[in-house]
Design a protein around this ligand. Structure first.
Ligand code: C2E
Ligand code: MG
Ligand code: MG
Length: 744
């Protein structure tokens, strides 16, 4: 059997038990109803009790108890009109109130309403019988107002009504809720005692007041109770409002703390998230700091860290040896310039891939940026294994790289440094491998193993660089001048300025010992400007001081590195302005190789220099494979025949022919010719016969300091003596005259 059916059966049983008693109570009340007592007071009391009393209710704070005046009024009717009236009013009031509640939407069944009405009838009847039996008729009870029996009557009335009502209700509720009757009574009904006690008290006082037929007293009592009611009602409302506010505040606080907890949770989760993001970005940064972005290979920093560890290990024993192999692509800049940087990047990635494939197990490959790569070969301590690996790398990279329809060829220069006990820092072994690589590159070798001499020479180069820098600043450079002779009239026509370095430790140094270094370091530019300025000043000085020197000119050598420099024309102009030299008295010498290297650019640069009024010579002509198609486009003044051809003229073979050709070419191009390196009378006479206009060489004078030149300036025709009067040029022996010239 289902629980609802069981419940229904219980309720029906309860109802059927109650029903006869209820009907009996109703019948008894109707039967004995005191019709003679019906008056306006009873009618007012009845209407008020049935229809309005339930509205005057106050809920006791923090309880489920509603104090209504209905109980007080029913007690009042009992004390005033007797039990029959009270029973009937109780029945009607309960029925009306229950139906009203149902109408207001409270879920209350009709069966429940009937039960409520029956309980009210039975409890009302029993209470009336008990009170009237024990304490007599109502007027008797009220007459004893204030006496012990009066109070006892009220107490019994209240208790009887309370017990009957509460027990019946508890019994019904326990049936409905399947909870024990005692529990229901204790938890829900016990508190209602106050309802009945207060009702009885109010009823007692009111009934007594009514018997006094004293309207003033009744009004005072009614007013008193109304005041109490209002005050209490207000108090209850205040308490309710305060409780509601407190509840609201509590709820708000609860909401706030809930929100706070939520916010905290969110904050913690955001913290966790940002902590995670921080960790990831830290890892990314770490990765980026130790890897190359283009190839993804370990970078220089990574290598330094690894090398430091390996050098530490190496101290424990020779078995922990290793080799560092350093390489870069040859002429990678040309690839970048010709095919574009994006293609250059592609090539680097492909090279990285190919090199990675060659890396042995446990070895490390890295990309140091640009076109530089490095390997660490673990356990390799001998030159043989290292060079075998280098050979493999050189061969591997020499294979073409295919890019769609294009094949790109490249090559590498490899430097090897074997780890030795002399290496204590990563930078040292890196430096050695780098040095070896540059050594290989400079010498056109595929690979090179570092040795100590390289280091020594690098150190001395470094020292030289420092010294040269100092020399430029402190004017340690000196200019020697070598006369240029008019070979027809045999008189002085000008000078070539040739730099010398008076090195404090090494003595007088030839330009061939330091010009290459100055070009590598860029020092050639300030150095040339210094020489140019001094030479111009010197010529202006001689021209102003020494008679018949107005047409004297100076020829200054210009390095290829400086020739390609954007600011060159402006720099020359500045010096011309500063020194006030007649520009036609300045000649600049550029070697043939430099002019031909980038002919189109050279033409533009030469034109600009020529535009300043300065004259131009091609130095060392014959060694630079001049293209004749270009030569006639260069705005030149002079060709200087390289010394090597002049020196070999004595053989009478093809060198003399070359010199002859150059002279003819110059004549065709309307250029003057200077033969360099004339050391003997034979060469001089040959050149004169070939129609060479000017000459320069030890036969006339070595490059000499300023003081020596001043002597020559006052004796410009001193070289006519070289020629014998008879044939004016062909000596009997060459050695006599070379001896003569050298002694000058
Ligand atoms: P260069 O311009 O061809 O200068 C001629 C070189 O030949 C000079 O050598 C000179 O001393 C030498 N010489 C002249 N006559 C004879 C001779 O009869 N026999 C022999 N054996 N040699 C002779 P130097 O002074 O040692 O200069 C060498 C090179 O250094 C110059 O060749 C030039 O290219 C460069 N140079 C010299 N001074 C400067 C300078 O101020 N600036 C630049 N950029 N280069 C310079
Ligand atoms: Mg020269
Ligand atoms: Mg020369």
């Amino acid at each position: 059997m289902k629980s609802t059916e069981r419940k229904d059966r219980k309720i029906n049983l309860y109802l059927s038990l109650l029903l006869p008693f209820g009907i009996a109570a109703f019948a008894w009340s109707v039967w004995h109803f005191p019709v003679h007592q019906i008056n306006s007071s009873l009618i007012v009391l009845s209407i008020f009790t049935v229809f309005f009393s339930s509205y005057l209710r106050i809920q006791l704070p923090r309880t489920k108890i509603h104090l209504t005046v209905s109980d007080a009024l029913i007690f009042l009717s009992l004390l005033t009109y007797g039990g029959e009236v009270a029973v009937l009013l109780a029945i009607l009031e309960t029925a009306f109130t229950s139906l009203n509640l149902r109408r207001q939407g409270v879920a209350i069944k009709y069966k429940t309403i009937v039960i409520n009405v029956l309980i009210a009838a039975v409890s009302g009847l029993v209470t009336a019988i008990v009170v009237q039996t024990v304490f007599g008729t109502p007027d008797k009870i009220v007459a004893g107002f204030g006496s012990t029996s009066f109070l006892l009557a009220l107490t019994v009335m209240a208790l009887s009504q309370f017990l009957l009502n509460s027990i019946s209700v508890a019994a019904f509720v326990s049936v409905m809720s399947e909870s024990t009757m005692w529990k229901v009574w204790y938890e829900n009904c016990l508190n209602a005692l106050v309802l009945y006690v207060s009702g009885a008290a109010v009823a007692g006082v009111s009934a007594w007041a009514l018997t006094q037929i004293n309207f003033a007293l009744f009004a005072a009592v009614t007013g008193f109770f109304a005041l109490i009611y209002m005050t209490y009602s207000r108090y209850v409302n205040d308490v309710k409002t305060a409780a509601a506010l407190a509840e609201e505040a509590e709820r708000t606080r609860a909401d706030e703390s809930e929100n706070h907890i939520l916010e905290l949770k969110q904050y913690v989760s955001e913290l966790e998230k940002s902590g995670e993001a921080l960790r990831i970005s830290r890892e990314k940064f770490r990765y980026a700091a130790y890897h190359d972005a283009l190839t993804g290979l370990p970078n220089r920093n990574y290598f330094i860290g690894t090398l430091e560890d390996l050098l530490e290990k190496r101290k424990r024993g020779p078995e922990h040896t290793f080799a560092l192999v350093f390489l870069d692509l040859n002429r990678f800049r040309t690839i970048n310039d010709s095919l574009g940087h994006s293609m250059g990047d592609h090539l680097i990635r492909r090279v990285a891939k190919r090199l990675s494939a060659m890396t042995g197990e446990g070895d490390l490959i890295g990309h140091f940026g640009g076109d530089e790569f490095a390997f660490i070969l673990h356990g390799v301590g001998d030159a043989g294994s290292a060079t075998a690996f280098a050979e493999q790398v050189v061969k591997g990279i020499a294979e073409p790289f295919r890019f769609k329809s294009r094949h790109v060829y490249t090559s590498v220069s490899v430097g090897i440094a074997l780890c030795g006990l002399e290496h204590s820092k990563a930078q040292e072994i890196l430096r050695d491998a780098d040095m070896a690589m540059y050594h290989a590159k400079d010498n056109g070798e595929r690979y090179c193993i570092f040795d100590k001499e390289m280091h020594t020479s690098a150190v001395s180069q470094q020292q030289m660089e420092t010294d040269l820098r100092y020399a430029i600043v402190c004017n340690e450079l000196e200019i020697f001048y070598q006369p240029i002779i008019d070979l027809d009239k045999m008189f002085l026509s000008g000078f070539e300025a040739l730099v010398r370095w008076n090195h404090p430790r090494r003595g007088l140094m030839s330009p061939t010992d330091f010009i290459p270094l100055s070009e590598e370091t860029g020092l050639v530019i300030p150095m040339t400007l210094q020489i140019l300025r001094s030479a111009c000043n010197q010529i202006v000085d001689w021209q102003s001081r020494i008679p018949d020197s107005k047409s004297m000119y100076v020829s200054v050598n210009l390095s290829g590195k400086h020739f390609g420099h954007d600011a060159l024309v402006e720099q020359i102009q500045t010096i011309l302005d500063e020194t006030k030299i007649d520009p036609s008295c300045l000649k600049l010498e550029i070697t043939e190789g430099v002019v031909m290297e980038n002919a189109e650019n050279a033409i533009s640069m030469l034109q600009q220099i020529r535009g300043l009024g300065v004259r131009l010579s091609v130095d060392d002509f014959g060694t630079g494979y001049s293209s004749l198609s270009y030569l006639h486009r260069f705005p030149l003044d002079t060709l200087k025949v390289d010394r090597s051809f002049v020196t070999m003229m004595e053989d009478g073979g093809e060198n003399a022919e070359i010199v002859h050709t150059i002279i003819s070419l110059a004549q065709t191009l309307k250029l003057s010719v200077i033969a360099e390196g004339i050391e003997n009378i034979f060469q001089l006479n040959q050149l004169r016969i070939l129609g060479c206009e000017y000459g320069q060489g030890y036969l006339f004078s070595r490059p000499v300091p300023v003081a020596e030149i001043e002597k020559m300036l006052v004796d410009k025709f001193r070289w006519t003596n070289i020629l014998t009067p008879s044939i004016h040029g062909v000596p009997s022996t060459t050695s006599d005259y070379s001896q003569l010239s050298i002694s000058q």
